[in-house]
Design a protein around this ligand. Structure first.
Ligand code: VGL
Ligand code: ZN
Length: 203
C-alpha cells in the first residue's frame, strides 16, 4: 500500500494568508485528484500556540524573515501563522478531506519549530507519523502540499532517514522561493528520494 502525505494545505499558506506561498492554491485541484489513487491519505497541520518562538513578533527588535539562533539551531522568524484554532490554521475549504484518515499536528512546542511531519527541528520529539506508517506496513510515500522547500522538503528528508521510499510530486507543491526549491530537489535526489509529476504515477 502506498500513502499520500498532504503537508500543511492551510489558509495561512495560501494567497491572502499571513505566510502566503505564491500560487499555493494551485495545488488544490492536483491534490484532490491525486487522492483517488491512494488507499491511504494522511495530512499534517502546522499548529502553533500564540507567541511561538518561530514568530518574529515573539522577539524584540526582530524583523520577519530574519534568521536567528534558537538553542543552537538556525531559525527563520516567520510572520505569525497557523495559530491553533484560528481560521488561518484551518485546511483550505477546497481541500477534499473525506479520505484523510489521520492528521499529524506539529509546531505545538512553544520553543521549537517543526517543519517535518515526523519530528521537530531538533529531532527531540516524534509526531508518531513514522510509527503509524510502519504499523500500517506502508510501501512508498508520496509527498505534496506546502511549502515545498520547508515542510515538504524536511518531511521527505526525515522519511528517507527513517528508511521509507519517498517521492515528491512536483506539480502538487509550490515554494516560497524558487531557488531554494531547486536546491531542495537536488538534495532530495542526492539522498535517494524521487521527484516526479502527478502524470507519471503508474498506479
Ligand atoms: C512552514 C514555515 C513555517 C511550512 C511552516 O509549512 O512549510 N513554513 N511553518
Ligand atoms: Zn510554522
Amino acid at each position: 500500500m502506498n500513502a499520500l502525505i498532504i503537508i500543511d494545505v492551510q489558509n495561512d499558506f495560501m494567497p491572502g494568508g499571513s505566510l502566503a506561498v505564491p500560487k499555493g492554491d494551485e495545488v488544490l485541484p492536483v491534490i484532490n485528484t491525486l487522492q483517488d489513487k491512494f488507499d491511504l491519505v494522511l495530512a499534517t497541520q502546522d499548529w502553533h500556540p500564540e507567541r511561538h518562538a518561530s514568530f518574529s513578533t515573539s522577539h524584540e527588535r526582530a524583523k520577519e524573515f530574519d534568521v536567528i539562533k534558537i538553542e543552537g539551531l538556525d531559525q527563520v522568524l516567520w510572520p505569525e501563522h497557523c495559530i491553533q484554532n484560528t481560521q488561518g490554521a484551518e485546511f483550505h475549504q477546497n481541500l477534499e478531506t473525506a479520505k484523510i484518515e489521520a492528521i499529524f499536528r506539529k509546531g505545538t512546542n512553544p520553543n521549537i519549530d517543526s517543519y517535518s511531519g515526523f519530528y521537530d527541528n531538533a529531532h527531540l520529539k516524534s509526531t508518531g507519523l513514522g510509527g503509524y506508517l510502519k504499523d500500517k506496513q506502508v510501501g512508498k510515500l508520496f509527498f505534496c502540499g506546502l511549502a515545498a522547500e520547508y515542510c515538504v522538503y524536511f518531511s521527505i528528508l526525515d522519511a528517507i532517514s527513517e528508511g521509507f521510499d519517498a517521492t515528491l510530486i512536483e506539480d502538487a507543491t509550490r515554494a516560497l522561493n524558487a531557488n531554494d526549491f531547486e536546491k531542495a530537489k537536488i538534495d532530495i535526489l542526492r539522498k535517494g528520494g524521487k521527484v516526479i509529476s502527478s502524470g507519471e504515477l503508474k498506479f
